[in-house]
Ligand binder design. Structure first.
Ligand SMILES: NC(=O)c1ccc[n+]([C@@H]2O[C@H](COP(=O)([O-])OP(=O)(O)OC[C@H]3O[C@@H](n4cnc5c(N)ncnc54)[C@H](OP(=O)(O)O)[C@@H]3O)[C@@H](O)[C@H]2O)c1
Length: 196
């Protein structure tokens, strides 16, 4: 049987996926940039590669049949990271469970795109209310202005703001049953996370 490889195991999502696979007794190859920071997990071997190094990537991927590749993290600004923690840390566990289940039985998912959502369609007003806070909408110009203080390059500010323009355009609207269907349990809610 071909090798199963996971990147990003030094980070949030990849780390959760790798731990779930190890707990399920699945052998895996962790492809990392810095082996000193790789999680020590039963059944896991290490290979070293960064995405931009084609030679190292080819060596690290030798014999790999199934790969979970975490997209390279953008350096988000700290305030946005703290805000997004609230509505994504629930999501990371659900994502990792779905990924771990798919990696263990990948045959049915060739070329599949899975859209994962929570079980509630929340507006930012709803989220603020749950947190006992108040949501203040910004225009696109205000969004750029409020992020200007970080001195980030234009592409990065575009990336930050585009998250919210995508939400405003309804691109992230709607809920799916993918988490329930694949993990057998409903997605975690914001209230679940806050309780935890
Ligand atoms: N977690 C969230 O709430 C959230 C929300 C929206 C989008 N996302 C996106 O989802 C992705 C994963 O999120 P995360 O929270 O797991 O990120 P993370 O904790 O920052 O982890 C990113 C992982 O990817 C590895 N990595 C980054 N660039 C790499 C490269 N060029 N070559 C090889 N490995 C590389 C990192 O390795 P090192 O440890 O060596 O840096 C790290 O293990 C990111 O792209 C993030 O922007 C996350």
């Amino acid at each position: 049987m071909g090798v199963l490889a996971v990147t990003g195991s030094t980070g949030n999502v990849g780390g959760r996926v790798a731990r779930l696979l190890a707990a399920a007794g699945v052998p895996q190859r962790l492809i990392v940039r810095d082996p000193a920071r790789a999680p020590r997990l039963a059944g896991a071997s290490l290979a070293i590669a960064t995405y931009s190094d084609g030679e190292a990537a080819r060596r690290a991927l030798d014999g790999v049949q199934t790969l979970f590749m975490v997209s390279g993290a953008e350096a988000a600004d700290r305030v946005d990271q703290h805000r997004s923690f609230i509505d994504t840390a629930v999501a990371q566990d659900d994502i990792a469970e779905v990924v771990s289940a798919v990696l263990r039985e990948p045959a049915g998912y060739d070329a599949a795109t899975l859209s994962l959502t929570g079980r509630e369609a929340l507006t930012f007003h709803d989220i603020a209310e749950v947190l006992g806070a108040r949501y203040e909408p910004e225009t696109v110009d205000e969004a750029y202005a409020s992020r200007a203080k970080y001195g980030a390059p234009d592409w990065q500010v575009d990336a930050w703001v585009s998250t919210y323009t995508a939400v405003a355009a309804g691109e992230l609207a709607g809920i799916t049953d993918t988490v329930q269907r694949i993990t057998g349990h409903p997605p975690r809610t914001l209230a679940d996370l806050l309780e935890r």
